[in-house]
Design a protein around this ligand. Structure first.
Ligand code: DC
Length: 231
């Protein structure tokens, strides 16, 4: 079977990247975490002191975009890609709460989206890629052969995120995480440009009660169906 493009979109912390990574490893495909790119822009802006108490001047963010160079590198220990911002491995730092608290707002800036979408398309031009985000099936790769729209119960998502952060030694309260998820969901679905929407041809996957193995099986079945000869 020739290589395809798989787009996984959905709400914050519903396990998109876990599933996308497992799927990419299973298929021998590349994995593209589009959210990490928006997180890098946010981290860079925070470090430059351009975001103060959640506020920023759009023009100042646009001005620093040419200074931002992003790339991904496979890490054999974690068996996943690490994100490099100007040659610095920022994989851990971009997952911190100060970045999560500001990334949805930064990702509403038109010029930021233009730069990220162009880079994502470049990275996916040869297919054989699993990418997750908010606008992958609707905007970045509208011709993706398989599009998944993921969702899960808010409390289940909060608990998963809480467990993930705790395991990394980041102690953030359950309520703070839930508030962050809800506000990102709101921002991501209400922004003017490329909001999170279910693409017309996307298949919904509610993973509230599914194990990782069951989710992977679900997708692999869909891929198998794609290859059925046309009757
Ligand atoms: O997937 P994530 O939680 O790491 O994404 C962080 C933020 O980046 C998310 O709240 C919105 C933004 N984002 C986006 O606007 N478009 C994407 N394709 C991916 C992420």
């Amino acid at each position: 079977m020739s290589k395809i493009t798989i787009a996984i979109d959905g709400y914050s912390s519903c396990g998109k990247s876990t599933l996308a990574k497992a799927l990419a490893a299973h298929l021998g495909y590349a994995y593209l975490d589009s959210g990490s790119m928006y997180r890098c822009v946010t981290l860079y802006a925070l470090r430059k002191g351009l975001i103060k108490d959640g506020s920023f001047i759009k023009e100042e963010i646009i001005k620093i975009l040419p200074e931002i160079n992003l790339r991904f590198e496979f890490n054999p220990h974690t068996k996943a890609s690490d994100t490099f911002l100007n040659e610095e491995n920022v994989e851990k730092e971009i997952r911190m709460m100060n970045v999560s608290d500001n990334v949805s707002k930064i990702s509403t800036i038109h010029e930021v989206r233009v730069k990220m979408v162009a880079l994502q398309r470049e990275l996916g031009k040869n297919k054989g890629i699993v990418s997750d985000g908010r606008d992958i099936g609707s905007k970045v790769f509208p011709d993706a052969e398989l599009k998944i729209f993921m969702t899960a119960d808010t409390d289940i998502r909060t608990q998963r995120r809480y467990d993930e952060l705790s395991s990394k030694g980041q102690h953030v309260s359950y309520n703070e995480i839930k508030a962050n998820l809800l506000s990102r969901d709101y921002d991501d679905t209400h922004r003017k440009e490329n909001p999170l929407v279910q693409a017309k041809d996307a298949i919904v996957l509610d993973n509230s009660d599914l194990t990782r193995e069951q989710q992977l099986e679900f997708i692999l079945r869909l891929i198998k169906d794609l290859t059925l000869p046309v009757q």
